[in-house]
Design a protein around this ligand. Structure first.
Ligand SMILES: *[C@@H]1O[C@H](CO)[C@@H](O)[C@H](O)[C@H]1NC(C)=O
Ligand SMILES: *[C@@H]1O[C@H](CO)[C@@H](O)[C@H](O)[C@H]1NC(C)=O
Ligand SMILES: *[C@@H]1O[C@H](CO)[C@@H](O)[C@H](O)[C@H]1NC(C)=O
Ligand SMILES: *[C@@H]1O[C@H](CO)[C@@H](O)[C@H](O)[C@H]1NC(C)=O
Ligand SMILES: *[C@@H]1O[C@H](CO)[C@@H](O)[C@H](O)[C@H]1NC(C)=O
Ligand SMILES: *[C@@H]1O[C@H](CO)[C@@H](O)[C@H](O)[C@H]1NC(C)=O
Ligand SMILES: [Cu+2]
Length: 338
């Protein structure tokens, strides 16, 4: 009898792990680790998503690509400087990856952009990071916009060193083929804009800052170090591509509308890789640990817990933070190359 009960217990344990649906997870790589055919296939799939019908029902979202931009925009006030920042964006990027694969026949994994590879630690004005394949018209996502002046209302942080602000002029995401409707008056879509600021890109994307984030002892401090403060007085790796590429007038620099630049997903995928690497340093603990404020910047108020639920609108079912801690579980299915 005792033996029977024991073997039943073992059976249930085995059955539980077999229920894991993640077999052969897509392995995410750095953009430049993809060969040219793989890169072309990724870009093709992004453009395909931008031709699929919308499902979100959100204002001005006409395509499935728009759905992602609109969902992020809709939730901007509640998903930044909170304990669920990293996990919300993890779910968001993974759902985009899934849509590229399942709706547009993309066979690879979501690529990331390791900006630390290219950031200069000795010269803030270096343009080397902008001369890589990431911004190449044929091997990447196209370059900067033309320089446009910005007035004080448009540039409330008085950011210096802007170099662009106009429409992206080369590569796969130029007007009139690639337009952004969300957040603009009905019938007046805008182009994808970039406004490179070299000092922010070089200074915020340093590997030393990544190492500082990786050295945090628990989820709460990790999450806080990832975003740091909403100011430019101190660097933060999350701000690197947002303001180094998007600057003041560019799409990536707009906190609500940033997923309109396809590079958003390579940037956030790199942040997620940092998160994954941090988790891997102590998996038994870090598969079951969350923390940080529910209300933005409210560091003395209520904190998120494992059963805290996040939603990405109609893009995917609501889920708990705990279900998002494992990238190879029942909710998510991907990994990174070691
Ligand atoms: C990213 O680049 C930095 C700087 O070269 C390097 O130290 C780090 O290991 C790279 N990370 C990955 C995952 O390649
Ligand atoms: C880059 O700019 C920041 C902010 O002004 C400054 O703190 C930092 O020392 C600069 N880095 C270099 C290498 O000049
Ligand atoms: C700033 O520029 C924008 C865009 O050109 C314009 O709509 C706005 O009226 C300007 N604001 C001020 C205070 O000049
Ligand atoms: C930007 O400059 C304006 C005008 O000089 C000033 O009122 C404002 O406080 C500055 N903003 C920041 C964030 O420094
Ligand atoms: C939330 O977490 C912070 C950091 O660990 C802590 O200082 C704070 O007291 C917590 N809030 C509550 C209401 O327990
Ligand atoms: C998901 O969460 C949102 C926000 O809490 C809620 O409005 C919505 O009804 C939930 N959806 C489902 C299917 O439970
Ligand atoms: Cu965001």
């Amino acid at each position: 009898m005792r033996f029977l009960r024991l073997s039943l217990g073992v059976f249930l344990l085995v059955a539980d792990s077999l229920a894991d649906t993640c077999k052969n997870p897509p392995i995410r790589k750095e953009w430049r680790q993809l060969d040219l055919d793989e890169r072309r296939d990724y870009i093709r799939a992004v453009l395909c998503l931008a031709s699929q019908p919308a499902i979100s029902g959100l204002e001005n979202a006409a395509t499935h690509f728009d759905d992602f931009q609109a969902t992020h925009s809709d939730q901007t006030p509640s998903i930044h400087w909170v304990g669920h920042f990293a996990l919300w964006h993890r779910y968001f990027v993974a759902t985009y990856e899934k849509a590229l694969r399942e709706e547009c026949g993309y066979r690879g994994a979501q690529p990331y952009w390791n900006w630390s590879l290219d950031a200069s630690s000795t010269d803030n004005s270096s343009m080397a990071i902008f001369k890589t394949d990431i911004f190449d018209a044929d091997r990447g996502f196209g370059g900067n916009g033309k320089y446009l002046p910005a007035n004080a209302t448009q540039n409330p942080f008085n950011l210096t060193g802007r170099t662009g602000g106009g429409c992206v002029e080369n590569g796969p995401f130029t007007p009139p083929d690639f337009m952004l409707a969300v957040g603009h008056p009905k019938g007046q879509p805008d182009c994808l804009r970039r406004d490179w600021i070299p000092w922010i890109m070089n200074y915020f994307a340093q590997q030393s800052l990544v190492d500082h984030v990786l050295a945090q002892p628990d989820y709460t401090s990790f999450s806080r170090a990832l975003e740091n403060i909403p100011s430019f007085a101190q660097p933060n790796i999350h701000g690197s591509a947002h303001f180094g590429v998007g600057g003041v007038l560019g799409t990536l620099g707009n906190s609500a509308l940033s997923p309109g630049d396809p590079l958003f997903f390579l940037h956030h995928c790199n942040l997620d890789r940092v998160f994954w690497e941090w988790q891997n340093r102590d998996l038994p603990t870090r598969f079951h640990q969350v923390g940080g404020p529910i209300t933005p910047l409210d560091y003395t108020g209520k904190n998120v817990t494992l059963d805290f639920r996040v939603n990405i609108g109609k893009l995917a079912p609501n889920t708990t933070l705990e279900s998002l801690l494992n990238t190879q579980g029942n909710t998510l299915c991907y990994s990174y190359s070691e």
